[in-house]
Write a protein that binds this ligand. Structure first.
Ligand SMILES: [Zn+2]
Length: 256
């Protein structure tokens, strides 16, 4: 009897470390438990600006990014540069975007890696804008490798949305016609040097708040046209002030 009790107690101590990873709350008002760190590099990827310590995510996202890196390598694409994921405990960043709070969002830069991807170089690296904002067109930096990487990223079943600049969505619509995953590409200003991948809530994370399903269809028609015509929005999409949302009670005291 006591032996069984001992075994049970041992399991009870051990199991939470396996099953406790959790995304809590919404993408822009939440936190995460038991996040995993994405290694500094791996097949098909490098993590940039590691000093910011925003390379933590839920296991589903870390697995996804490693899978995407392998896929990119198999497709003969250059290694991708992964920027912000989330802080170890999630929660709002002190600067930058509002989401990335639950370990289910990641930014991937559109520029190829530098010739010398040493840690110090990757720490200081600069983004390359794919949009010529004066004429409001894509510039020569946006080419087939960028298109292929975005397509690979969006096709994965665990992906809910991929945010891209409206001009990039337009280019993807032209290149991929009526591919069903085009509907996951959501036009959003400010995403002209990187794209932003958002995963679905992991199964069983009952405190994770999912976002509404994306509308049916490719989103390449009238919806996109309204974004392309909104030049005022394009101009006002600048740096934002720090964002302090109301967090779920499970996050209070856990995040800065
Ligand atoms: Zn982002």
């Amino acid at each position: 009897m006591s032996r069984w009790f001992g075994l049970g107690f041992g399991l009870w101590l051990w199991l939470p470390s396996l099953v406790w990873a959790q995304a809590i709350g919404g993408y822009a008002a939440g936190c995460q438990l038991d996040a995993r760190a994405l290694p500094a590099s791996g097949p098909g990827f490098y993590v940039i600006r590691r000093a910011r310590e925003r390379f933590y995510g839920q296991p589903s996202l870390i697995d996804y990014l490693q899978r995407l890196g392998r896929g990119a390598r198999q497709a003969g694409l250059p290694p991708m540069l992964i920027a912000d994921i989330a802080m170890e405990r999630g929660g709002p960043f002190s600067s930058g975007h509002r989401s990335h709070q639950t370990g289910l969002d990641a930014d991937i830069w559109l520029r190829p890696p530098p010739d010398d991807p040493s840690p110090s170089r990757l720490q200081r690296i600069r983004a390359i804008d794919m949009v010529d904002h004066r004429y409001y067109i894509l510039n020569a930096h946006f080419r087939d490798p960028q298109r292929q990487l975005i397509a690979l990223a969006a096709q994965d079943e665990s992906v809910s949305r991929v945010f891209v600049h409206p001009l990039i969505k337009n280019a993807m619509c032209k290149a991929y016609g009526d591919a069903p995953w085009l509907g996951k590409l959501r036009p959003w200003f400010g995403h002209s040097s990187h794209f932003h991948v958002r995963l679905h809530c992991p199964k069983g994370d009952t405190l994770c708040e999912p976002q509404a399903q994306v509308p049916a269809g490719t989103g390449c028609g009238r919806e996109l046209a309204s974004w392309l015509n909104d030049k005022a929005g394009a101009i006002s999409a600048g740096p934002r002030t720090p964002f302090r949302p109301r967090l779920p009670k499970q996050c209070i005291g856990r995040v800065r």
